[in-house]
Ligand binder design. Sequence first.
Ligand SMILES: NC(=O)c1ccc[n+]([C@@H]2O[C@H](COP(=O)([O-])OP(=O)(O)OC[C@H]3O[C@@H](n4cnc5c(N)ncnc54)[C@H](OP(=O)(O)O)[C@@H]3O)[C@@H](O)[C@H]2O)c1
Length: 282
Amino acid sequence: MTKLLENKIAVITGGTRGLGLGIAQAYAAAGAKVVVAGRSQSTIDKALKELPEGQAAGISCDVGDLEQVEALGEFALKTFGKIDIWVNNAGLSAPFGPTVDIPTDAFMKVINTNIIGVYNGSMVALRYMLPQRSGKLINLLGRGEKKSVPLQNAYSSSKAWVRQFTLALAAENKGSGVEILAFNPGLVDTDMLRQVEAIKGFEQRLKPLETVIRLWGNTPELPAQKALWLASGATDGKTGMAVSVLSPQKMMGGLFREALRVIRRKPAPPIPLTIHTVAPNH
Ligand SMILES: NC(=O)c1ccc[n+]([C@@H]2O[C@H](COP(=O)([O-])OP(=O)(O)OC[C@H]3O[C@@H](n4cnc5c(N)ncnc54)[C@H](OP(=O)(O)O)[C@@H]3O)[C@@H](O)[C@H]2O)c1
């Protein structure tokens, strides 16, 4: 039987760990050859050990730097011959706290990765996909894509930008043969949620995150399956879709499981969270 992504070549930024690695594994299992990119060579080497030999390659790339993203595209082309799928997954967040307290370099890092990185990745991907009149470009959304989130302004406003940017790009390129899609993976239990930073004095405000992860967190496998569907022929002709793993049913399911746990007096499984304190910007 032909696999869903047989003969497809996919580039996944931030594919070295967390959700990106989950997506790379799902794509490889579906027959694709994958190129993963992240900023650290040691993480790339580790990720390649978790991907099937002969089906994966990796290169160091900071998505905020256009030249490095261009080099990523060239590397994918040289290694596997073409690019069919490009996932702008690399993302990070700033310390939790008031915008005026966030160190400027931390705020700018979010802008450079979540906004400039998605712009760079989209431009390079389209350079390959538009002339070949086919391809799937998938940009990652996240909390704040539709609603402002105080104390998480850098991250949330960047995701609102990604949503608008992606949908406008899709409208501009309708009928080009390239599907441009936006994807919110829901709450994914990764370093992004477990290794968090808070401005001094705001650490305790992050404690409820443990409960939130327990109730609604998914391992990367589940959203990775949705990302697989997005990259497949199932979305042919469906450019401009914004897909979310979150749903009211899922939210209710988490609450129901928690209620059962309390009724049965079962202890809550520990969710180890590391909160690093960051000094305010003044
Ligand atoms: N976790 C969630 O609950 C959640 C929810 C909604 C949306 N998302 C989105 O899903 C995506 C993946 O998140 P995650 O939870 O898997 O995060 P993660 O575990 O922190 O992994 C982030 C990945 O991005 C890479 N990365 C970060 N900055 C980069 C840069 N400037 N250039 C290249 N690579 C970079 C990291 O590798 P290096 O550090 O080695 O560079 C790593 O591979 C993000 O866009 C995030 O906003 C996550």
